[in-house]
Design a protein around this ligand. Structure first.
Ligand code: GLA
Length: 690
C-alpha cells in the first residue's frame, strides 16, 4: 500500500465512511455564485477631474467675520496672506448645493481612541475620519467615485501637478506654493524630505498604514526646490505610484515639529520620537481643514477650523464652511444608533447587524437622517499567516500552524468548510450579503468572474483536503491531530471593536469545529489588534478589507508580498528575509506587472492573473461581501450623490467635508468652542480673538 493510499484508508476508518468515498475527488471549484442584485440607491454624477476644482488666484478672499477679529487683534495675518499663491478652488458648478455659509459642526461618533498624533511613527488617531480630516496627502482619491472612467487618475491635492520625463523614469512633482501649516509654518519640500528620508527610508520608523519604499516602487527621491521634487524609478511610467500618494500613504507631517524629536536630528530615541506627541498634546499642526483643540479621554475629540486652510470656493470664501468637528468617543455600533436618532450626524452603516433597525428608523419621513446604500464594497476575508520565516516569533505550535498554512490542501480544507451563505445570513437576512470567494470584490471594474475560483461549501471535501494535508483525527476526540499526536489548535485574531468581526469569527470557529479544526479566538480592541496583526502575532486573522480589494488601484502594493511589509499575510522576519512560496511569487509578479505599466490592457490582464492565482490558491478565504449605507443628517448641504461609504477611501473623504455646509436657518448651535481658533502647537486649547 502506498503511503498516500494507506493514509486515505486510515482516514476512511476514522471518518466511518467507505474508502471509496474518501478517495473520491474533492468537489470541483466553480465560478463564484452570482451575488443577489442590490442596486445602489443613488448614482454619482460623473464628471472629469478638472470639473471639481482648479488651482488659481482669485481677486479677493473672505473668512468668517469672527476670524477677521483675530486679524484685527494682530493675532493672525490677513486671509489673503494666509492662503497660497494659487489656492485650490472648488468650482460652483460641481457643488451639489452651491457655495455655502459658515458655521455649525459635524458630530461624528467613533469606536476608536486616539493613541497620539505621531501618525508618521505609527500612532492611530482612532479612525472614523479623525485622521482623514487632519492629514492631507499629495494626491486624493476618495472623490474619484464620481470621476468618469476615461479620466480616472488621482486628483491633485498638495501635489498641484506632476510630469513624467520622456523616458518615463522620472516623475517631477510640483507642490502647491505658499500653503502653510495650521500654525503658519510654510509647507514645502522640507516636509517632503523629512517624510521620505526619516520616515519611509528609516527602517526604525513605520508610519500608520505601513508605507515603505515598496509602496512607492522603490523610487529614489531628490529635492529640486522648495516646491518641486522628483522620484526616479527603475522602470518607465509606473503611474500607479500616484495612487500611492493618496490618503494612507504620502501624507507628509509637519517637519518643523517632528524633526527635532527624530533621533537622526537630535531626538533622544525612536521610542521618544513615537511618544513625543501624546493624545493630550493639543493644536498639533496640520494641513487639514480642522485642528484638534480638545481631547477628553473616552468622551470627545473637538476640532476647530484651521485658519491657514488652503482651499476656497469660487466666491473666495476660505474653507471649511463647518467651524467645528466633534468625535464622540463611543462605539462603532453607537455611531449608527446616534446617526439615525439625530444625536450624531454621520455614520458609515457597515455592520449588517444594525441594518434592519437603521432602515426602519430612516424610512420614517420625520427621520433626521438620510440613509443611502451604495455598492457591495465591504468584504471580509480569513487570512492565513504564511510567513514561515519567524515573523512574529512563533512558538513550536504556531510554527507548525504556519507550515500548515503554507499547504494548499490545508487552506482548501478551510475554504470548503465555510458555509458562506449561513455566515452572511447570520449577520442579516435579505439581499445584502453575498458569498465571497476572496480577492477582488465584484464592485471593482477589475473584477472578472471568469478569473475567480470559488470552492463550494462541502464538508466531505474539507475532510478529504485535511486528510491530504496529513491531518486526521487519530485519537477520535473530534479534533484532527498533528504528526506529533497533538490536537491541532489554531488561534484566530479578530478586532473586538466591531460586532460584525466578532460574529464572523465565531461563525468560522463553529464551521471549523464541524471538520475537526479547533480554533480559539484572540479578540483584541483597536490598537492592540492593529499591533498584533502588524507584529505577526497570529495564526489566522479575520479582516475587513482595505481599499486594495475594492478598488485594485488604491493600496495596490498590499495585494502581494512585493516588499518586506506590504502583504498582511506574509511579512519579513527581523532580518528582512521573506520565504515566498511559488504561488506567492506569481502574485508578486502580477502586481509588479500591474504597477509597472500604464497600458490599460496589460493592467487588466495582470489583475486577472492576480485574481486567478489569489483565489485558486486560497491566499485568503473570502467570507462575505455586502453593501454599506451612508447615514447623514438632513441638514447638511453639498453631500455628493452616490457617495459610497467605502471605495477608494472612506466616506469621510468621499463627501469632501471641507465643502459641506449647513444652511443658516438649520444650524443647531452645538459648537463647544464658538469663535475660537487653534492655539500654538502644544498649548492647552483653542484661543479667542481678545
Ligand atoms: C473605521 C470605520 C469606518 C471609517 C474609517 C475611517 O474603520 O469603521 O467606517 O469611518 O474608520 O478611517
Amino acid at each position: 500500500m502506498t503511503f498516500q493510499v494507506r493514509r486515505a484508508a486510515v482516514a476512511a476508518l476514522l471518518l466511518g465512511v467507505s474508502a471509496g468515498a474518501v478517495q473520491a475527488e474533492m468537489a470541483a471549484p466553480t465560478a463564484p455564485p452570482e451575488p443577489p442584485k442590490f442596486e445602489a440607491q443613488t448614482e454619482p454624477v460623473y464628471v472629469n477631474r478638472s470639473d471639481i476644482f482648479e488651482f488659481k488666484a482669485l481677486p479677493a478672499y473672505s473668512e468668517p467675520a469672527w476670524v477677521t477679529a483675530f486679524v484685527d487683534a494682530g493675532k493672525l495675518p490677513p486671509v489673503a496672506e494666509r492662503l497660497p499663491k494659487e489656492p485650490l478652488v472648488y468650482k460652483t458648478a460641481n457643488m451639489p448645493d452651491g457655495p455655502g455659509v459658515y458655521g455649525d459642526v459635524m458630530r461624528h461618533v467613533i469606536g476608536g481612541r486616539p493613541e497620539g498624533w505621531n501618525f508618521w511613527a505609527g500612532q492611530s488617531y482612532g479612525w472614523g475620519g479623525i485622521d482623514i480630516g487632519l492629514v492631507e496627502c499629495l494626491t486624493r482619491t476618495g472623490p474619484l467615485f464620481t470621476v468618469n472612467s476615461e479620466d480616472l487618475q488621482p486628483l491633485p491635492n498638495l501635489a498641484k501637478s506632476w510630469e513624467w520625463s520622456e523616458d518615463g523614469k522620472t516623475l517631477t512633482v510640483k507642490l502647491i506654493e505658499g500653503a502653510k501649516w495650521s500654525d503658519g509654518d510654510p509647507f514645502d519640500t522640507e516636509d517632503i524630505e523629512f517624510y521620505w528620508n526619516d520616515v519611509i527610508m528609516d527602517e526604525n520608523v513605520t508610519p500608520l498604514m505601513g508605507a515603505s519604499p515598496a509602496t512607492y516602487n522603490n523610487a529614489t527621491y531628490a529635492t529640486v526646490d522648495p516646491y518641486t521634487f522628483t522620484l526616479t524609478f527603475a522602470e518607465p511610467f509606473p503611474e500607479q505610484v500616484l495612487y500611492a500618494m493618496a490618503y494612507g500613504n504620502f501624507c507628509p507631517g509637519p517637519s518643523h515639529v517632528l524633526k527635532p524629536k527624530h533621533p537622526k536630528h537630535g531626538g533622544e530615541s525612536y521610542e521618544a520620537f513615537l511618544n513625543a506627541f501624546p493624545s493630550d498634546y493639543m493644536n498639533f499642526p496640520t494641513m487639514g481643514a480642522w485642528v484638534v483643540v480638545e481631547h477628553r479621554p473616552d468622551d470627545i475629540v473637538v476640532k476647530r477650523r484651521n485658519p491657514y486652510y488652503w482651499k476656497v470656493d469660487e466666491t473666495g470664501q476660505q474653507l471649511p464652511y463647518l467651524d467645528e468637528m466633534h468625535f464622540r468617543l463611543s462605539t462603532w455600533g453607537d455611531r449608527d444608533v446616534q446617526a439615525v436618532a439625530g444625536t450624531g450626524d454621520f455614520s458609515n452603516l457597515e455592520q449588517p447587524e444594525n441594518y434592519v433597525e437603521s432602515l426602519k428608523k430612516a424610512a420614517d419621513p420625520a427621520s433626521p437622517a438620510r440613509l443611502a446604500f451604495g455598492p457591495r464594497s465591504i468584504g471580509y476575508q480569513l487570512f492565513f499567516n504564511q510567513s514561515a520565516n519567524g515573523w512574529g516569533e512563533p512558538d513550536a505550535r504556531a510554527q507548525a500552524v504556519r507550515e500548515l498554512n503554507r499547504n494548499l490542501d490545508f487552506r482548501k480544507a478551510v475554504t470548503y468548510a465555510l458555509d458562506r451563505q449561513r455566515l452572511g445570513d447570520s449577520l442579516v437576512k435579505g439581499p445584502f450579503t453575498a458569498p465571497y470567494a476572496g480577492g477582488l470584490l465584484t464592485s471593482t471594474s477589475f473584477y472578472d468572474p471568469a478569473s475567480t475560483v470559488f470552492y463550494p461549501f462541502d464538508v466531505a471535501s474539507a475532510k478529504e483536503a485535511l486528510a491530504a494535508a496529513g491531518l486526521t483525527d487519530t485519537d477520535g476526540n473530534g479534533v484532527v491531530n498533528l504528526a506529533s499526536g497533538e490536537d491541532l489548535t489554531v488561534t484566530l485574531l479578530v478586532n473586538s471593536d466591531y460586532a460584525t468581526d466578532g460574529n464572523l469569527a465565531e461563525g468560522v470557529v463553529a464551521m471549523m469545529a464541524d471538520v475537526g479544526i479547533k480554533v480559539t479566538l484572540n479578540s483584541l480592541t483597536g490598537k492592540d489588534f492593529d499591533n498584533a496583526r502588524d507584529a505577526g502575532a497570529w495564526d489566522w486573522l479575520v479582516l475587513r478589507n482595505n481599499q486594495e480589494y475594492v478598488s485594485a488601484v488604491q493600496g495596490t502594493a498590499n495585494l502581494a508580498p512585493i516588499g518586506p511589509m506590504t502583504a498582511v499575510w506574509h511579512r519579513a522576519n527581523g532580518a528582512g528575509e521573506m520565504d515566498l512560496q511559488p504561488y506567492e511569487q506569481q502574485l508578486v509578479d502580477a502586481i509588479k506587472a500591474f504597477i509597472g505599466t500604464r497600458d490599460p490592457a496589460a493592467r487588466i490582464e495582470a489583475m486577472k492573473t492576480w485574481q486567478k492565482v489569489f483565489t485558486e490558491n486560497v491566499t485568503a478565504a473570502g467570507l462575505t461581501a455586502y453593501p454599506g449605507a451612508l447615514i447623514i443628517n438632513k441638514r447638511f448641504a453639498n453631500i455628493p450623490a452616490g457617495a459610497p461609504i467605502f471605495m477608494y477611501n472612506w466616506a469621510e473623504d468621499n463627501i469632501i467635508r471641507e465643502r459641506v455646509y449647513v444652511p443658516a436657518d438649520q444650524q443647531i448651535g452645538a459648537e463647544l468652542h464658538p469663535q475660537t481658533l487653534p492655539g500654538a502647537p502644544g498649548s492647552p486649547g483653542p484661543i479667542t480673538a481678545n
